[in-house]
Design a protein around this ligand. Structure first.
Ligand SMILES: *Cc1c(COP(=O)(O)O)cnc(C)c1O
Length: 389
């Protein structure tokens, strides 16, 4: 896979920016890595006269470095980091919507995002409609006078559906509305939503950006200066901020995002091959497959197809539950995007909160987060697990 081609004003490529933007040697000591500024407050020379930092909820230099590198990788002017992906989404939705407003979301999304919208925001007077966003006429038909934004993931969690960001943005912008893309699955290495017309990009940095299953975090990036100011106001006023150690760990992960994603891509492709040729598998969901309904859009919109693979088991729910317990290298666990391979049963785990809703997932579905272990070990492990069904 080729490195994402966007550059910053220095002409730096993606991997150079991942390692250097916001991460210049520290001014006082020359420390090459950004220090973990483990402090809650900052000394002032005179009342109100300070270095730019006064209290660590408002701002912390480790957090600033993380925000700057992620904004650069997404190709947007502004970035804000939060304590989790959901804290980022919650703060963004508060910034963009108020009582009486309506949002349109894709009909496949992370269960926690759906829970936030349907159980936390809806009681506060925000209405929502879930739409199959591969159908732009359905999107148009769902529009109301109160619709302020379209929220989507692509590829989606957990069905790996691909939505056409540029096509959706054209519809939303014709209505003077905004498009938010949760780019957690693709990462900016494989897809930069802002370049395709998205107004805002959101991440759970817990996943590929952190990349090592050791930190929870979130991010919002945008070119819209007024929105960024509101996000900064809420970051301080609500306080869903990440601690400096979490910012450091996330930044450390980001430095190797490009090399990890290349390997996630190759390992996933090898496992897709196994799944496609196994009789225990009814259908493989992966945007890299020529027969995937979103393959053509994914080829246009992404520079690689990523490390997430889902499949439907021929033996239904019992087989799906069973296979998740038969692997040795793959660990049965929630979450995704880290160096180690994970397997899970979305209907009762990550997406249990979408049960009995328009976002309910099939109960024969298994989701893999393909890690960066030795390819043949993953191939052998998945093969023996499927053979045992
Ligand atoms: C995990 C996830 C989230 C939520 O992020 P947290 O860091 O767990 O709060 C949001 N969107 C997607 C696509 C996710 O996978």
């Amino acid at each position: 896979m080729t490195e994402a081609s966007n550059q910053n004003e220095d002409g730096w490529g993606f991997n150079t920016r991942a390692i250097h933007v916001g991460q210049e040697p520290e001014a006082v000591t020359g420390a090459v890595t950004v220090p973990i500024f483990q402090t809650s407050t900052f000394a002032q020379e005179d009342v109100g006269k300070h270095s730019g930092y006064e209290y660590a909820r408002t701002g912390n230099p480790t957090r600033t470095a993380l925000q700057d590198v992620l904004a650069s990788l997404e190709g947007v002017a502004h970035g804000r980091s939060y304590a989790s992906g959901l804290a980022a989404s919650d703060t963004l939705l508060r910034a963009m919507l108020g009582p009486g407003d309506h949002l349109i979301m894709g009909n496949d999304a992370y269960g926690g995002t759906f829970r936030l919208i349907s159980k936390v925001l809806a009681p506060m007077g925000i209405t929502w409609t879930a739409v199959d966003l591969t159908d732009l006429e359905a999107l148009e038909a769902a529009w109301t006078d109160q619709t302020k934004l379209v929220w989507l993931e692509t590829p989606t969690n957990p069905l790996l559906t691909v939505f056409d960001i540029a096509g959706i943005a054209a519809v939303a912008h014709a209505h003077d509305s905004k498009v938010v893309v949760d780019n957690t699955f693709a990462t900016p290495y494989l897809q930069q939503p802002a370049a395709h017309g998205a107004d805002v990009v959101v991440h759970s940095t817990t996943k590929y950006l952190g990349g090592h299953s050791d930190v929870v975090g979130g991010f919002v990036g945008t070119d819209d200066t007024a929105l960024d100011e509101q996000l900064g106001f809420l970051q301080n006023a609500v306080g869903a901020v990440p601690g400096p150690l979490d910012c450091y760990l996330t930044m450390r992960g980001i430095k190797t995002l490009g090399v990890r994603m290349d390997r996630h891509n190759t390992n996933a492709a090898a496992l897709v091959e196994v799944l496609q040729n196994h009789k225990a598998v009814e259908r493989v969901l992966y945007p890299g497959l020529v027969g995937h309904p979103g393959h053509e859009v994914a080829t246009r919109q992404m520079s690689g197809f990523g490390g997430m693979v889902s499949f439907l088991c021929a033996g239904g729910e019992a087989a799906a539950r069973e296979v998740t317990t038969r692997t040795n290298v793959f660990t049965l666990a929630e979450s995704l995007g880290a160096v180690e391979s994970l397997i899970e049963f979305p209907a009762a785990m990550t997406h249990a909160s979408a049960a009995d809703s328009p976002l309910e997932v099939p109960n024969s579905l298994v989701r893999l987060s393909v890690g960066i272990e030795t390819t043949h070990d993953l191939v052998d492990d998945l093969t023996q697990a499927l053979d045992s069904l």
